[in-house]
Design a protein. Structure first.
Length: 408
């Protein structure tokens, strides 16, 4: 059973401010950085695969979760300070990482997941060796981390005097040099077509969810997508069904990209989408047309079809068979189609994670004392969607929602 306190702890990523010793033209928070990093990692990783290299996507997916957990625990220690501790006081750095694990031991009841977390923390601390299969994946993730930091710095440079940024820019540029053999990173840094695609994705970082009401903390569409991806990962693990490698990959990245069309359409809130019976279908059709005309031309052919698969009927359990996409039940996913060849997706689980995120966004603000009729009705409507004891894709989401609602 997922501990609701773990979900709420991860949600704190929306409250951790980045670059808070500089003038900031918009809110720059840790959840958004984690989201952009994984989008960049997807692009860079796909270029590596296109060149015949193997990416351990499962390792990378879990690393994205563990990086965020570590960042939340150590948010008061700036990255340069952590780096100095690691380089100059290695034993103290190991103890610091042990302390990080201790912060989550009572929140992660999934023993296999906590074991993965422990190994990952040991790898980043230098206590354990990274296995060879994941070495390229680690470089891709690190390159994506550096690129997303560089993008933040470039946006900050508009409102900060150059003198404030000179040292930081020099260090970042030096750090990124060791990854420039990665073709995807080369194209991003030199602002080729992948960069144009990333610029559209970044627009999701500036779009605020629940835009019609005051709310704390603010959440962007991009950060929401990463939170949904993390929640999807935890939910599919909690459901207890074995997942083939492609299914885990699809579930995570389907969740990460589920709101990609909003990069060109903007967020249309649910009550407006449902103003008439036919409007949801009309909006979906228009979204598809705009995506085809504005986003698809910026995608490379070796990941275009995959991204379209993620964003089309993203909330359905589905597979591909003989070149055709079709909806299947969760039982069918487990019994007959849990194999890479079928490219299975637990789309209904992504939908549960999407509702879980929206529920926490509303509920947390209400608990902070910032409320409105939009927030209360949104929270209550989501709660009313799920009957107690009802199981969807092996998950009792109603129980989790109610435990979160009761949390202090």
């Amino acid at each position: 059973m997922i501990d609701e306190r773990l979900i709420l702890k991860i949600f704190e990523g929306f409250s951790i401010q980045r670059w808070n010793d500089l003038v900031r033209p918009f809110e720059i928070v840790e959840m958004d950085k984690a989201a952009e990093k994984m989008v960049a990692a997807y692009i860079i990783g796909k270029y590596e695969e296109a060149q015949g290299h193997q990416i351990d996507w499962e390792w990378m997916v879990y690393a994205s979760l563990f990086d965020l957990l570590k960042k939340i625990a150590l948010c008061d220690i700036k990255s340069p300070v952590q780096r100095m501790i690691r380089q100059q006081y290695p034993q103290e750095y190991i103890r610091l990482n042990e302390w990080v694990l201790a912060q989550y031991k009572h929140l992660i009841h999934d023993k296999e997941l906590f074991s993965r977390f422990t190994i990952y923390i040991g790898q980043t601390a230098g206590s354990f060796r990274l296995h060879e299969k994941a070495s390229l994946s680690a470089r891709v993730l690190r390159a994506a981390h550096k690129f997303s930091s560089l993008r933040e710095l470039e946006m900050l440079s508009v409102v900060n005097e150059g003198e404030r940024l000179t040292r930081i820019r020099k260090e970042l540029n030096e750090d990124i040099q060791e990854f420039l053999d990665l073709r995807g990173l080369q194209l991003l840094v030199t602002r080729q077509r992948p960069f144009d695609f990333m610029m559209h994705v970044e627009q999701l970082r500036f779009q605020t969810r629940w835009n019609q009401t005051p709310r704390v903390p603010h959440t962007s569409v991009l950060g929401h997508c990463f939170f949904v991806a993390i929640c999807t990962l935890l939910l599919v693990r909690d459901a207890g069904s074995p997942l083939c490698a492609k299914r885990l990959f699809n579930d995570f990245f389907c969740a990460l990209f589920h709101d990609l069309p909003e990069a060109v359409t903007r967020d249309i809130i649910s009550p407006v989408k449902q103003a008439t019976d036919e409007l949801p279908a009309v909006v979906k059709h228009i979204e598809d047309e705009i995506v085809k005309s504005e986003l698809v031309p910026l995608m490379e052919d070796f990941y275009r079809d995959e991204l379209m698969y993620f964003t089309s009927d993203e909330f359905l359990n589905k597979i591909t068979e003989n070149g055709n996409v079709r909806e299947v039940s969760w039982d069918e996913l487990n019994a007959a189609y849990n194999a890479d060849a079928y490219s299975p997706v637990d789309g209904r689980t992504v939908r549960l994670a999407d509702h879980l995120s929206a529920f926490i966004e509303a509920d947390s603000s209400i608990k902070y004392g910032i409320t409105s009729s939009h927030l209360t009705s949104g929270r209550d409507n989501i709660l009313g969607m799920y009957e107690p004891g009802g199981i969807i894709n092996g998950i009792d989401i109603a129980d989790l929602l109610r435990r979160i609602a009761a949390a202090k």
